[in-house]
Write a protein that binds this ligand. Sequence first.
Ligand code: NAI
Ligand code: 15L
Length: 264
Amino acid sequence: MKRLLITGAAGNLGKILREGLKGYADVLRLSDIADMDAAGPNEEVVKCDLSDRAAVHELVKDCDGIVHLGGISIEAAFDDLLQANFLGTYNIYEAARKHSVKRIMFASSNHAIGFHKRTEMLDEKSELRPDSLYGVAKCYGEALASYYYDKFDLETVSVRIGSCFPEPKDRRMLSTWMSPRDFISLIEAIFNAPMTGHTVMYGVSPNKAVWWSNDHAAYIGWEPKDSSEAFRADVEAKFPEENRRDPAVIYQGGAFAARGHFED
Ligand code: NAI
Ligand code: 15L
């Protein structure tokens, strides 16, 4: 891999990859609308608003792969999502097509399927059931990825990320947690795989209480190593037992599903 672009590089996951992917590509091109640390060895730092089409075309030029993390990462007003997530993701795909980028990792989210109940086991064929406007924007990103593969052969792995943090922050995350180490190895696996087409998979560590299966994506060759079980005792001691009639507990998306409509 000569040059790998990471959008959203100033964010939580972007910082994890900036550190974890050192040496993975000849050059890491790091981009965000927010300030980032100055470029180190084998790095390029480019400030860019994803909704600025011309700037995104310049950004994507000469890149072989893209890890597309940039955008709003929680529920937000539609007009804000429209710029950063809808338009921003379109600009990335259109620029990738024009500049013959081979493969994109699209950071989708569990909130694309957050209105499934926790008693359901999901895989890549499960129905999209977004739990928020943010989740709707992730469904759109997955659809865009599917379209650009079918029409232009531009490959994407759309990863419905669960909860990627140093450790699970509550009881729900005992199911949805992905360790930063597993996230880094997932990105490496995605760009090492001989072919991916458009694959939808789940960004989750092999937790005991998991709701999502990646059996269909064995060809990606990802071997996640961590499990939230190591944190179970601490998390259960810290957070009271959940009320099973609470919508935030019934649905996989948790509070995103339970909350009212953003615009109300
Ligand atoms: P974050 O909010 O820390 O980082 C997102 C970055 O995108 C920020 O640095 C922000 O400045 C940048 N950004 C926002 N609007 C932009 C624009 N118009 N142009 C350029 N950059 C813009 O989020 P985090 O946690 O790092 O997540 C990264 C991606 O992964 C996001 O797309 C998020 O939706 C997705 N994701 C993350 C999960 C997690 O557990 N951290 C779970 C599910 C999905
Ligand atoms: C997400 O999509 C968010 O970006 C992240 O901040 C967490 O809230 C995560 O989902 C989650 O569901 O835990």
